[in-house]
Each structure stands twice: as C-alpha cells, then as structure tokens.
Design a protein around this ligand. Structure first.
Ligand code: 5RP
Length: 236
C-alpha cells in the first residue's frame, strides 16, 4: 500500500503510545525529541492524569521535549537530580539491522546521546520508513560543531570523504543554532563501512561536540508498520 503522510503520522502515534505504556510508576524516564516521541510524552501525561501512572520523573533531551513535558504535565528534572535513568524513549532517522542509529534530524543528538546512553533500557520508536540496511543510505550524519571551528572541521570531514553541508534554519536567516548554541553540519558519506569507527573518528576532530551515529546504544526498537492494511507494532 502507499504510505501517505497521514498513515506515517498514525504509525508514529501508535508506536509512541506503545513505548509510553511500558513506563511504570516511580521510573526516571529519558524524554527524547521529535514527532514520534512527542506522542510518547503526550501518552505519559495522559497516564499520569488518569492516575494509572504515578511519581515518574522526566529527563528531557531538548528544549522541545521540556516544553512538551510541561504541556502534558510530565514533571521534569535535570541529570544533577537523579542517580539513574530507568528507560529512555527516543526516535531515530535511520535504524540498521544491528539496531545502530542515525539521529539528529531535530539537531538534538548531543543531549539525546547523553540521556539515551545512560538509560538502563533505551527504546527507539520509529515508523517503518526509518528502517535501512546500511546507515547513511537515506540520511546524512548530523555533526554538532563549535561555530568558531567550522572551517577546520569542514576540512577534516572532507579529508575523511564526507560532504558537509551547514544546516540552515527555517523562519530564521542563517544556520540553525542548537540548544547549546552551536552549528550542525549534515555530512553525506558515499559509504559507511564501519559506523562505530566513524562515530569515534568524527568525535575526535577538535571542534566537534557530538555526531548523530548511535552505535551499540539501543536495547529495543519498536517499529510501527502496516500489515494487511492495519497498523501494527513490531519489536526487535
Ligand atoms: C532529533 C532526533 C529525532 O528523534 C529524529 O529526528 C526522529 O524524529 P521524528 O520522530 O520526528 O521522525 O534525532 O534530534
């Protein structure tokens, strides 16, 4: 069947809700960023409001997640206030068969990696359009950089064979500015034979804060997909 934007939206909603239903009372929950996770945050708020869920603490991965948590009544704290994260729920831009990810479509990958990596259980929520055989096949690798280092970082990335493009803002002239006040380069690679190696190599360039390759972090992927015309959730 043709997967329309409305159908994708429905899958995102179903998968976000399914992840939020796995949260139990008393848990510290990493709140990811993006349109899929937004449904999970909304569902957490609904479960809190109904009394089905009690005493959870949200750790937002972005200003966007913090604003949604406030809107839906999910209490938030910072990493300074907690000694653990029980579960993190976050979206992704690509997921490969080994559950490695490209993230950062919302330029939030730096905080997302901190929070998602700390979680005892990291649940990725995606619709089926995000599944790829190889990372980098549909999405560039977002790299957050210090603005003053754009020239040397660009050269270093080109030396690695990447094609960096400064991400531009919408409804603001010039580059997007991350929650930390930095720029993002979206880097296209013809091939990423070893995502783990590239993740480390990129982060080793002076001026790079973090890149969107998430290797070995994911525990569970919940995929929203259509089977015989009906929306289903598959776990892998
Ligand atoms: C933000 C992210 C998002 O999780 C990723 O872009 C997926 O977003 P969406 O659920 O809207 O498709 O990494 O930095």
């Amino acid at each position: 069947m043709t997967v329309t934007p409305d159908a994708i939206k429905q899958l995102k909603q179903e998968v976000g809700i399914a992840a939020a239903k796995r949260v139990k009372s008393g848990m510290v929950v990493g709140l990811g960023t993006g349109s899929t996770t937004a449904y999970a945050i909304e569902e957490l708020g609904a479960r809190l409001a109904s009394g089905e869920l009690k005493d959870i603490i949200g750790i937002p991965t972005s200003f966007s997640a913090a604003i949604l948590a406030k809107k839906y009544g999910v209490p938030v704290r910072t990493l300074d206030d907690v000694d653990r994260i029980d579960v993190a729920i976050d979206g992704a831009d690509e997921v490969d068969p080994a559950k490695n990810l490209i993230k950062g479509g919302g330029a939030a990958h730096t905080r997302e990696k901190v929070v998602d990596s700390l979680a005892a259980l990291f649940i990725v929520v995606v619709d089926e359009s995000k599944l790829v055989q190889k990372l980098g096949s549909t999405f560039a690798v977002p790299v957050e950089i210090l603005p003053m280092a754009i020239a040397p970082v660009t050269k270093a990335i080109e030396k690695l064979g990447g094609k960096p493009e400064l991400r531009l803002a919408i409804k603001k002239d010039g580059p997007i500015i991350t929650d930390q006040g930095n720029f993002v380069l979206d880097v296209t690679f013809a091939d990423i034979p070893d995502p783990a190696e590239l993740e480390k190599t990129l982060n080793n360039i002076p001026g790079v804060l973090e890149n969107g390759l998430f290797v070995g972090v994911t525990d569970i992927v919940l995929v929203g997909e259509f089977k015989d015309g009906k929306p289903m959730i598959r776990e892998f």
